[in-house]
Design a protein. Sequence first.
Length: 272
Amino acid sequence: MNASSISAPLSAKQQKQIQQLCAKRLQRMPVQYVLGEWDFQDLTLKMKPPVFIPRPETEELVSLILDEEHRKRLTSACSKDLQDFSETCGPVILEVGCGSGAIGLSLLKKLPHSQLIAIDKLEAAVKLTKENAERLHLQERIHIFHHDISSCSWECLQPWGLVDTIISNPPYIFHEDMSGLAAEILWFEDLSALDGGTDGMSIIKEILKMASYILRNCGSVYLEVDPRHPKMVTNWLSGHPDLNLFVSATHKDFCGKPRFLHIQKRRKEDHD
């Protein structure tokens, strides 16, 4: 864009468009919805209300998953299981609560041989993830469908067999804290993508129960959580040894808060 185009007066159409955008923002609509798209990692994603808007800290979750997956393939004690996959056969990833597709599509972009199964209980989110997958030309490696793990069984996931990795930025806000959220969130975003129930763990528990059945031995679950959750999840898993899962690591976000959990499934023989 040259200097003359910057200084040129706006047309009547452009002025009207700006007025419409300003009116939306003055109504407290999030800027991501106002613009209709937003950057996440190195992707530009389409955004539509009320689908959950990805936050900056979730970009850290993607980076963490990539680092851990690469490290796991080099140093994991489960390397025997991992050697069953050839260099040209990447992981099968399940994303619970795909929203706009930000996390899963970022991983597909960075892991070129991976496959993604993406589920969300909000039909608008399923449609938006499909749109973003097509925009990024990733639709051939993703299976997206409408599914609520809190009210439906996970047998519908069985056609894809066991998965290597489960990822999620689940609803994790304690219900009592919901009223303190900004108006932009309360008025425009899907609150069910935020409200994690009394202890913030209602969906987290469902994900972990599902993981016990559909995750490969030594497979990983990566979760974004409330800073109070790492200890709570560790204690909860200790009380449910039948799930065969354990917290492998807790990672901090850029504010220094424990925000991300890496949970693994034990080998069956180790558990026995």
